[in-house]
Design a protein around this ligand. Structure first.
Ligand code: NDP
Ligand code: HSE
Length: 431
């Protein structure tokens, strides 16, 4: 049977998983593809390190260049992570005419335009199903299955670590620090979970999806990103009382004028919405197309096996398309949509918790500021006071980010406000 030579750059969590499953399911893949995917070379930082998944010692090298340059390698799989070395590897592979498969969402979010411009110029496809939502085939869905649709919106839980933390805060009443420590102990969070908890891992994925959906590469500076580090068990509790769950949501939309909106932030969503019951490390995405209507994708968004599944799917597609001339080399830019919407013009509803003195006139001062900035209150709860202090928990009607920033500055400056107010966004999935 014809063999296709694969070079693996990276043999960590995902790379080793890819190798393991290529071996385990060799017969199945060969029967389905009519060819064999044969790993010829593997680059790692330390070839002498003991590994849980074993591969022939002679395949290993400490130089990723050896993988790209090996004439027996036809498809290069980048699973090293990081930016500069991975970028150099992908550029070298494309320039050598070798198809690339990668799961590197941070690299694509930052340098996607440059990489796909080069891929198109050289007619060398780059595949990246593993970069968004692990084993869920969302890239294929948006790019191929919904090719006849304008994408109206995407709402996604696309970071497993933060979804685990928020689930434990909601179900077990843990505070943020305890839930994060538990996620690390369980091996879900990275040793350095910064990009997970500050929202940027999800933002990288949202940038990739939005770019595919709207045919223009989204600049990270045009994305509104807020993490979950400032969330408290009190907010989770108040949200529950009000009939909501808090999720780190990626939201991608396009307005009537074709302006694109991409944001990632902790979001109150109605407890009856399907995304509210996506718990633990699972990911889920609701994609709405103008032809297909509402669709839902659910599955494991990270980890060795689900991510390996996505990489192998890309490998299979690459291997069967080696001699086929493709119009789409990973990303097809077009001019059918407009610019990114300025962040200050993004509109949504809000939850606002304000620690205040418990004395007459306080509510009217807060309501006065909101009225003066033209922001309506849709409901309010006030927990039992300790005699001196209490909190106002307000649900606000729609307002722009600029309006709310102005209101927050004025509210924080009020003498009756005793602490940092907590502002969170609310989504009712109506647009
Ligand atoms: P790991 O840190 O587990 O593995 C990285 C691998 O790359 C290791 O084998 C390491 O070698 C090797 N490596 C790193 N730098 C170099 C270098 N300069 N030269 C040669 N080899 C190098 O990462 P993951 O497997 O978790 O992630 C890989 C990629 O997949 C990342 O881009 C990540 O964002 C993405 N991804 C990961 C998911 C996951 O669940 N883990 C999910 C979706 C995407 P050594 O083993 O010697 O240290
Ligand atoms: N850190 C990511 C997550 C891994 O928790 O979802 C998958 O991209």
């Amino acid at each position: 049977m014809k063999q296709i030579g694969i070079g693996l750059a990276g043999f960590g969590t995902v790379g080793a998983g890819v190798f393991k499953h290529l071996v385990q399911n060799r017969d199945l893949l060969s029967q389905r593809l009519g060819l064999e995917l044969a790993v010829r070379r593997i680059a790692v930082r330390d070839p002498r390190k003991p590994r849980a998944v074993s591969a022939p010692a002679e395949n290993f090298t400490a130089r990723w260049e050896d993988v790209v340059d090996d004439p027996a390698v036809q498809i290069v799989v980048e699973l090293m992570g990081g930016i500069e070395q991975a970028r150099a590897l992908i550029v070298r592979a494309i320039e050598a005419g070798k198809m690339v498969v990668t799961g590197n969402k941070a690299l694509l979010a930052e340098h996607g335009k440059e990489i796909f411009d080069l891929a198109a110029a050289r007619q060398v496809p780059v595949f990246f199903e593993a970069a968004v939502a692990g084993g869920i085939p969302i890239i294929k869905a948006v790019r191929e299955s919904f090719i006849g649709n304008h994408i109206v919106s995407v709402h996604g839980i696309i970071n497993g670590t933060t979804n685990y933390i928020l689930t434990r805060m909601t179900d077990a009443g843990l505070d943020y620090a305890a839930a994060l420590a538990e996620a690390q102990a369980q091996g879900f969070a990275e040793a350095d979970p910064t990009l997970d908890v500050n929202g940027w891992d999800a933002a990288h994925k949202a940038i990739i999806l939005a770019s595919l959906a709207y045919g223009t590469w989204i600049c990270p500076g045009n994305v509104f990103v807020e993490g979950i580090e400032h969330l408290t068990a009190r907010d989770i509790g108040f949200a529950k009382t009000l009939g909501y769950r808090i999720k780190l949501l990626g939201i991608i939309k396009c307005d009537a004028g074709g302006r694109i909106e991409v944001r990632v932030h902790p979001t109150l969503i109605p407890e009856k919405h399907v995304l509210a019951s996506v718990n633990g490390v699972f990911n889920a995405l609701c994609v709405r197309g103008d032809v297909v209507g509402e669709t839902l994708f659910y599955g494991r968004g990270a980890g060795q096996d689900p991510t390996a599944s996505a990489v192998i799917a890309d490998l299979a597609e690459a291997a069967t398309a080696l001699d086929v001339k493709r119009r789409d080399c990973g990303f097809m830019p077009h001019g059918l949509y407009g610019e990114s919407k300025p962040l200050d013009e993004i509109v949504c509803e809000y939850y606002l918790r304000i620690p205040v003195l418990d004395k007459p006139g306080v509510l009217s001062q807060v309501a006065g500021v909101l009225g003066a900035t033209n922001i309506g209150i849709s409901s309010m709860i006030q927990p039992e006071s300790d005699g001196e202090r209490t909190e106002l928990v307000l649900m606000l009607h729609i307002a722009t980010h600029a309006q709310v920033r102005d209101a927050m500055a004025r509210i924080t400056a009020l003498g009756c406000v005793k602490g940092q107010p907590q502002l969170l966004r609310v989504e009712h999935f109506e647009g």
